[in-house]
Write a protein that binds this ligand. Structure first.
Ligand code: SAH
Length: 213
């Protein structure tokens, strides 16, 4: 598969669909226009790559719906140079959006198969996250904290305390919270002890799985 003018046109249409659904951040929409989403998924789904839909990516996981990616990224308010932690690398599409916004990205994935596959894909495509870690995102990444932003791309039954503690003051955590259905939730760290919490619409994610080892 390669990237063609046809794909480019489909991406422009997808960006227009996301704009209609309420995405306003120009840089986020520009990222959707340039990232070849069809290369992040199995070729059998290529024809659907630019529909606003989630798809299976193996290991019972999914690539998030473009609207969801755009919505979460908009809430994160990424600025160039921001240090961002992503929980759930998956296909790497969300990682690519963050990199396109010129963030410095750390990403954690707990499925070995996806971790390996996506690392190879990043190298092939020239995407350069600072680090991709095979491990449990519940614990965050204390050795690299604090972060300007943390984005969780799987449904969390509860908010992991470690993630809140790894935010800079002024930093933002975007996390879908719930079991069968999740409420998109934003925490902004106001001071060492205070967090502001805001809730947005409901979404459906694969579960954030805790490592029981
Ligand atoms: N951002 C990804 C979303 C993939 S779905 C994309 O757009 O493709 C969610 C991902 O979170 C899956 O790959 C799943 O394996 C991973 N995941 C689930 N629980 C996790 C945990 N505790 N730590 C790290 N990753 C986790």
């Amino acid at each position: 598969m390669n990237d063609t003018l046809k794909h480019h046109g489909l991406r422009n249409k997808l960006a227009a669909v996301l704009q209609k659904k309420g995405i306003t951040n120009k840089k986020v929409l520009d990222a959707i226009r340039v990232i070849p989403r069809h290369l992040f998924i199995d070729s059998s789904f290529e024809g659907h790559a630019y529909q606003d839909k989630a798809f299976p990516i193996g290991a019972e996981q999914t690539i998030s719906q473009p609207y969801t990616v755009a919505f979460q990224t908009e809430l994160l308010e990424v600025k160039p140079g921001h240090k961002i932690l992503e929980i759930g690398t998956g296909s790497g599409y969300q990682t690519a959006v963050l990199l396109t916004l010129r963030a410095s990205v750390y990403s954690i994935e707990r499925q070995l198969e996806l971790f390996k596959k996506t690392n190879i894909f990043f190298k092939k495509m020239g995407y350069r996250p600072k680090k991709v870690i095979f491990g449990d995102g519940y614990k965050g990444l204390p050795q690299e904290a604090p972060f300007d932003g943390i984005i969780v791309t799987a449904g969390a039954p509860e908010v992991p305390k470690a993630l809140l503690s790894q935010l800079k003051v002024g930093g933002r955590l975007v996390i879908p919270v719930g079991v069968n259905e999740q409420i998109m939730t934003l925490f902004v760290r106001k001071s060492l002890k205070e967090f502001e919490k805001k809730e947005y619409g409901s979404f459906r994610f694969v579960p954030l799985l805790e490592n029981k080892n």
